[in-house]
Design a protein around this ligand. Structure first.
Ligand code: DX5
Ligand code: ZN
Length: 227
């Protein structure tokens, strides 16, 4: 099968109702989400705490698309098996999370899931060059990780463009995470991104009892990137 470089919208459940993840996921998938982005934070690598493997496992059965797990934790390696067992399809670790990211990516792939590498805004994309052949996805952070609803860091667009050139025709997704909305999405798609994570821009204005805004918000991003 050829590599799917079409644009995929991945709502981040960080902006959903934490007491109702199952129905939130079902609603946002029914409204057109391509992947579901799951933000795991440890209060150490990033200054915020979310949830761990048991919750990720519990929501897995509500996801019909792709479960995209973004680990903002350090260390990563002791938890890889738990997140694979929880059902991650893509497991993404940060380059900045430890000294042995090469080993981490190898371990993720060896565990049988797709391996992602995330880069903070302060990290030059060139640092990923020796790791690209171990990656199925590279996530460029367009905010400093830790919280939803922050402003898009526009200087990251040039980093996306440079990463796109480095990847060439290798089958590696470029994911953008942070501050993606109908205004910023075209900038990163034009620079070469294909997976757009969006939290606040998807969940704003809707709820499980009124999910239509989720669909309108997803369509607004999709329409903005028809360039
Ligand atoms: C930030 C998280 C993001 C976040 C994006 O640390 O990794 O996935 O939920 O939220 P928005 O789209 O609101 O910037
Ligand atoms: Zn994320």
């Amino acid at each position: 099968m050829s590599f799917d470089r079409s644009i995929k919208i991945a709502p981040s459940i960080l902006s959903a109702d934490f007491a109702d993840f199952g129905r939130e996921i079902e609603a946002v998938e029914a409204e057109g989400a391509d992947w579901i982005h799951v933000d795991v934070m440890d209060g150490h690598f990033v200054p915020n705490l979310t949830f761990g493997p048991p919750l990720v496992k519990a929501i897995r059965k509500h996801i019909k698309t792709v479960m995209d797990v973004h680990l903002m934790i350090a260390p990563v390696d002791p938890y890889i098996d738990a997140f694979v067992d929880a059902g991650a399809d893509v497991l993404t670790a940060h380059l900045e999370a430890g000294a042995h990211t090469h080993r981490t990516l190898q371990a993720i792939r060896a565990a049988g899931v797709k391996a992602g590498l995330a880069l903070n805004p302060g990290t030059p994309v060139e640092a990923a060059a020796p790791l690209l052949d171990l990656c199925d996805l590279v996530c460029i952070m367009t905010v400093n990780p830790g919280f939803g609803g922050q402003s898009f860091i526009e200087t990251q667009v040039d980093q996306v463009r440079r990463l796109r050139a480095m990847i060439g025709d290798r089958p590696i997704h470029i994911e953008i995470d942070g501050g993606v909305d109908p205004k910023t999405a075209p900038l990163v798609v034009e620079a070469g991104a294909d997976v757009l994570v969006a939290g606040s821009a998807v969940f704003r204005g809707g709820s499980v009892s009124n999910p239509a805004p989720y669909g309108e918000n997803i369509r607004a991003i999709r329409e903005a990137v028809q360039i």
